[in-house]
Design a protein around this ligand. Structure first.
Ligand code: TXA
Ligand code: MG
Length: 317
């Protein structure tokens, strides 16, 4: 088990020395290392068992810092940065030489963001390098939204867990880039499409549902519990899995539990923000309890519902 605490000086020292520190962000916990130290970055891939073709996001305290590592020139991307940073937005920008190829898996773009968490923003002020940080979970598994989630799965592989409490958003950042002059969303996340389009107009959705080495966060089977998760019509799924002990995830109030069937709600009051916040915790809980199969239905395809449905679809494969 790792040491857990709120000591940003200690975290900064460990990072400077090339060690791994789990950091809180508003979306999910990240597994951070000095992005300019390839030995340290290698430790991230090793700890997560992550393939090298899956590039990492760099975390910064401010836009001035970002400009040393990547080209932020497009006026629409600048508008998004101004509107939503610090926040759950990741931009894909042309990288400068100084960014190691290991971080970008050899791609010409680097993913950057300014996370909105006071502890991590203060930590970033104490160091003079960006933090490479994927979500702090074994590759392909559910992202952590509590320090305890990190400790349970990667506790023996990280040198310190900066305890920032429960994440505010609970689902990863929205990833945006440019293709032939068009803005494209590559991963739905904590920043809603509707909010983005209010600032820059229509954007393209480029979610890849097949295996795509360019961005494994888009892999069809990702963000997944180990147990089987079935997505569809609840009544039908209950019938089809009659003999199995089931846990059902619902949006709204839970019907009474029955034999072989326990209900868990993402949000009693049908609030999508609350649902995003609870999603990964509930998936983890059900992966660890005694149910044999998890069944769930699609949420409304609006606001954060789109990102939640995206994660459920990938978890159900
Ligand atoms: O909310 C978040 O974004 C969290 C917190 C810790 O910041 N981070 C996170 O990182 O979710 P990760 O590595 O679990 O997911 C990042 C996704 C991956 O699917 C990766 O393939 C994609 O971003 N990505 C990173 N760099 C990229 C690049 N240069 N081009 C295309 N996709 C990239
Ligand atoms: Mg991840």
């Amino acid at each position: 088990m790792a040491i857990m605490g709120k000591d940003i000086e200690k975290a900064a020292q460990l990072l400077k020395a090339g060690n791994l520190v789990a950091i809180p962000t508003e979306t999910v916990y990240g597994l951070a290392a000095n992005a300019l130290n390839t030995q340290a970055v290698l430790k991230i891939f090793e700890a997560k068992n992550r393939p090298f073709f899956d590039p990492l996001i760099l975390h910064f305290a401010n836009v001035q810092q970002i400009k040393k590592y990547a080209a932020l020139n497009d006026s629409r991307l600048i508008k998004l940065a101004e509107a939503f940073w610090p926040g759950p937005l990741t931009l894909l920008l042309p990288k400068f030489e100084v960014v190691p190829d290991l971080v970008t898996s050899g791609l010409a773009n680097v993913a950057v963001r300014i996370p909105n968490h006071p502890l991590t923003l203060n930590l970033l002020q104490l160091i003079d390098f960006p933090l490479a940080a994927p979500s702090a979970n074994p590759f392909g598994y559910i992202s952590p939204t509590l320090p305890e989630h990190v400790n349970k799965q990667l506790g023996n592989k990280v040198d310190y867990i900066l305890d920032g409490g429960k994440c505010d958003v609970g689902i990863e950042s929205t990833i945006i880039g440019m293709e032939e002059g068009n803005l494209c969303v590559y991963r739905l996340g904590g920043l809603e499409m509707e909010e983005i389009e209010k600032v820059v107009g229509k954007v393209h959705l480029k979610l890849n549902l097949s295996s795509n080495p360019k961005a494994p966060g888009q892999l069809k089977n990702h963000y997944a519990p180990r147990k089987k998760l079935l997505l569809g019509n609840l009544t039908q799924l209950i019938k089809e899995n009659d003999a199995l002990k089931k846990a059902a995830i619902v949006f709204g109030s839970c019907p009474p539990d029955k034999q072989n069937l326990n209900y868990f709600t993402l949000s009693e009051s049908k609030n999508l923000k609350e649902a995003a916040l609870n999603l990964f915790s509930i998936l983890r809980e059900l992966d660890e309890n005694d149910c044999e199969v998890i069944i769930t239905e699609i949420l409304p395809e609006e606001g954060l519902g789109k990102a939640i449905n995206d994660r459920l679809r990938r978890a159900s494969n």
